[in-house]
Design a protein around this ligand. Structure first.
Ligand code: ADP
Length: 277
């Protein structure tokens, strides 16, 4: 008997508008479990809005979101979120350990204070991301890459089944990027599903199994080897993709550094020439 695909995430007909202007139009997305998925598309394509709508942080005009076959509201506990690093006030006076422990509050309930086991889980997660030594540091004293690792540790203590991460590679150095990739692969091996808003088109085939190309509408969604094609990239990015080259497997190679990845990354972004990775 053929085994049925289990979908970790199913989004149907999602439409979202800011003040009447649609930023996501009738978007469908299906992600089978235990996959690493990238969401790519030009700036303003609606990638962050898509994550926020899935997580109930924004009210869609229409559509449905299922996590393991049930509405998100019933499945919150299965879901972890790593927001954009820039969306947080890093000057807030609190320690690294406290930020990571906040990831446990969902499972603790509001009135219980974190105890010894919460602290141990947080410390363990910090070690895992190479930040064990920094537990008592003020978060204002961290570099960009360290901030990103703290966010990942916080997501890890949530012990979720499905993770959404908004640009986890933004502004991190090559070592941190590798550490994050390894962590994502470990999550996948443990059966978790991870959806990442990603900017560096060059690394999509190497890092991810599944991809969605988005530009207000869904351009394509599926296995990287099938849908990450030059044609779909052109549809998503328009003329700006003109200098991309693909080999016979449709994987993007030899893309010039000044290409889309650079265009789509902020001036402080983490896109590096391939040789510097
Ligand atoms: P991406 O993450 O792909 O860059 P976003 O989801 O951030 O795109 O934004 C999609 C569109 O929605 C953009 O045109 C952006 O200007 C608009 N937008 C995002 N947030 C708001 C907001 N709070 N109010 C009004 N428009 C917004």
């Amino acid at each position: 008997m053929q085994e049925q695909t289990r979908y970790a995430i199913q989004v149907t007909d999602l439409t979202v508008a800011y003040r009447e202007k649609p930023v996501l139009w009738d978007v469908d997305m299906e992600v089978p479990e235990a996959n690493l998925m990238a969401i790519v598309g030009p700036n303003g394509a609606g990638k962050t809005t898509l994550l926020k709508s899935i997580l109930g942080l924004m009210q869609p005009a229409a559509g449905q979101v299922l996590i393991y076959g049930k509405p998100y509201q019933q499945q919150r506990r299965l879901v972890g979120y790593v927001p954009q690093r820039g969306s947080v006030d890093w000057d807030f006076p609190t320690t690294v350990l406290d930020v990571v422990m906040m990831g446990r509050y969902g499972s603790l309930g509001w009135l219980k204070r974190p105890g010894k086991s919460e602290r141990m889980k947080a410390e363990e997660a910090l070690h895992k991301v190479g930040m064990g030594e920094y537990a008592n540091r003020q978060i204002s004293q961290l570099s960009g890459g360290q901030q990103q690792r703290v966010f990942l540790a916080r997501a890890l203590v949530q012990d979720a089944q499905v993770y959404f991460m908004d640009e986890p590679f933004q502004g991190v150095d090559a070592v941190t990027e590798r550490a994050i990739v390894t962590l994502l692969q470990e999550l996948r091996s443990a059966g978790k599903t991870v959806v990442v808003v990603h900017h560096d088109l060059q690394t999509v085939p190497e890092y991810f199994d599944w991809v969605m190309l988005l530009n207000v509408r869904r351009i394509a969604c599926g296995p990287v080897e099938k849908v990450f094609t030059e044609e779909n990239l052109r549809k998503a990015y328009g003329g700006r993709i003109g200098f991309l080259r693909s080999d016979q497997n449709h994987h993007l190679e030899n893309m010039p550094v000044e290409g889309v990845a650079a265009v789509e990354t902020s001036p402080t972004g983490g896109t590096l020439p391939a040789g510097n990775r």
